[in-house]
Ligand binder design. Structure first.
Ligand SMILES: Nc1ncnc2c1ncn2[C@@H]1O[C@H](COP(=O)(O)OP(=O)(O)OP(=O)(O)O)[C@@H](O)[C@H]1O
Ligand SMILES: [Mg+2]
Length: 500
């Protein structure tokens, strides 16, 4: 009998104040896509980091094709055929696709033409296209991810680990990725696939291993024997009821609290990313913004927060024209903002969790430039508890939080500032089932307290459940406004695709 491609045996990994992996096991057969599932903070990323040479486990064995390994760096692991695509990409933005793919690998080819050609051929073999000469900064998230995958394939990885690869992808891109993964395993490679989207897991994985609290609670479950509900139950230990928001509205709508009036925004390439958009949000309603990523949603929300300037049009908050006001003035006037890029503008990864938690209310927590530590610590501790953020110690760097917990902290911070208007981009992206339900409940609570919510999401189901109105954006314009109680998915989908 052949050896498993990967065998993780009793892996322990401790960090100060937290045990990330507590004797976790994982066995991956060659030629399969294996899902690793678990709630936010269950230890998935840490376990994969132990396999990919980022961490040396405190205890336990890592075996590749039956041979025990002690990787002391990611390069070590890659040399043994294990490659990992991380939750955040690690590409050089100013280099081209081909340069990024070959960067750091042993030189095999001499001329740029040769390198470009063979990178394009490699991509084609796996059924996706790549333009080797384009610089990374010009690419969408989905395209960048393909470069990361090519990077691993270029080094002939036999085991490819993808940590939440579809979190940044559109539904179409996610489907394409599924096909690429099937192609890879048909050649005898193995793929380890981490995702919170259980319908993806059931559609293109073969087996699943489920972690809870750092330990394996179900190993190598055959996907054909389970459905999404079974998997969710294994992850949380109980079944989660889905949110039913529209049925139970407790209050009516009030005055317009946020008004976007004929706003246009130019992006970094000089193109009109937002083109004459008008949206009103009333107190006590949730307005959903639907659309395929990259159709101006990010520039629109950034403009509302004052992080992008408007070429024309006005932005009014609670009746005051704040079109040219700095972000701080807008936050002071009652705006809460959860940006799409959490680490770009929302949070500072190198600062402690405490500092990140109080960043918004710094003035109340400080005397002059000096942070009042006790007050700040107390505030962070309350936030962490109320929003169920799983942390080791609040003194730790923000970067020590798991992806989903980072998000809870940001949302918690923004929502606990008693806002009048909440603008949230993809607020449930990367969260486990429990987290998604919790965040949706929070947004409904805000709505019922009379807050006006503008929520951007690529998840149409989520928008249909939560929104009082759905605005579809396509190519920077409003392509349609729908009542979620009456509109069909097909109508909204057609507007998203720009079909009128
Ligand atoms: N470098 C670190 N220092 C301190 N604690 C850490 C570190 N890395 C992870 N942890 C902690 O270990 C636990 C597991 O984190 P991990 O990132 O593995 O979770 P995850 O399952 O990937 O979650 P998510 O779905 O949210 O990405 C968390 O409580 C996290 O805060
Ligand atoms: Mg993770």
């Amino acid at each position: 009998m052949s050896h498993p491609a990967v065998e993780l045996d009793g892996i322990w990994k401790r960090f100060p104040g937290v045990i990330a992996n507590a004797g976790a096991n994982l066995t991956v057969r060659p030629g399969t896509v294996h899902a690793v599932l678990g709630e936010n903070g269950a230890g998935k990323t840490t376990l994969m980091n132990c396999l990919a040479g980022v961490y040396l486990p405190d205890e336990g064995a890592v075996r590749i094709d039956g041979n025990e390994m002690k990787f002391s760096s990611p390069a070590d692991a890659l040399a043994a055929g294990v490659g990992m695509v991380h939750q955040e990409f690690r590409l050089v933005p100013t280099f081209t696709v081909a340069e990024n793919v070959v960067l750091g690998s042993a030189p095999r080819l001499i001329s740029r033409t040769e390198i470009n050609k063979s990178v394009a051929e490699l991509a084609e073999r796996f059924g996706f296209s790549a333009e080797p000469d384009r610089p990374i900064w010009q690419l969408s998230m989905g395209e960048r991810q393909r470069v990361e995958i090519l990077k691993a394939l270029w080094r002939d990885a036999r085991v490819l680990i993808l940590d939440e690869p579809t979190a940044v992808l559109t539904p179409q891109e996610a489907e394409d990725l599924g096909r690429v993964l099937r192609q890879m395993v048909s050649e005898g490679r193995s793929v380890i696939f981490i995702s919170h989207k259980l319908d993806e897991v059931t559609s293109f994985c073969d087996e699943a291993t489920i972690l809870r609290g750092g330990a394996t609670v179900a190993a190598s479950v055959d996907i054909h024997d389970v459905d999404s509900a079974d998997l969710a139950e294994l992850m949380v230990g109980e079944s989660e009821k889905s949110t039913e928001a529209n049925a139970e509205r407790t209050t009516g709508m009030g005055d317009v609290v946020l008004s976007v009036d004929h706003v246009s925004v130019i992006d970094s390439r000089g193109l009109k990313a937002v083109d004459d958009v008008s949206i009103d949000v009333r107190a006590g309603e949730i307005v959903g913004v639907a659309g395929v990523a990259g159709n101006g949603q990010r520039q629109l929300t950034d403009a509302i927060a004052g992080l992008e300037s408007c070429l024309s049009g006005t932005i009014t908050l609670l009746g005051d024209d704040l079109t040219t006001a700095p972000p701080r003035a807008r936050f002071g006037a009652g705006l809460a903002y959860v940006p799409e890029d959490r680490l770009g503008v929302g949070l500072a990864p190198k600062l402690p969790i405490t500092e990140n938690a109080v960043m918004r209310d710094y003035r109340q927590m400080s005397r002059g430039p000096i942070l009042l530590w006790e007050r700040a610590k107390e505030f962070s501790a309350r936030l962490v508890e109320a929003f169920e953020v799983k942390v080791g110690r609040v003194e730790d760097r923000l970067a020590s939080l798991s992806g989903g917990n980072l998000q809870r902290l940001l949302l918690g911070r923004e929502l606990s500032s008693s806002p009048k208007v909440v603008v949230a981009s993809q607020p449930t992206r990367g969260l486990d089932v429990h987290g998604v339900a919790a965040i949706q409940r929070l947004l409904i609570e805000q709505r019922d307290q009379g807050v006006g919510v503008l929520m951007v999401s690529e998840d149409l189901d989520e928008l249909l459940v939560l929104s009082d109105r759905i605005v579809v954006m396509s190519e920077g314009r409003v392509a349609g406004v729908f009542d979620p109680r009456e509109a069909t998915r097909a109508e909204i989908g057609a507007a998203m695709a720009g079909v009128s």
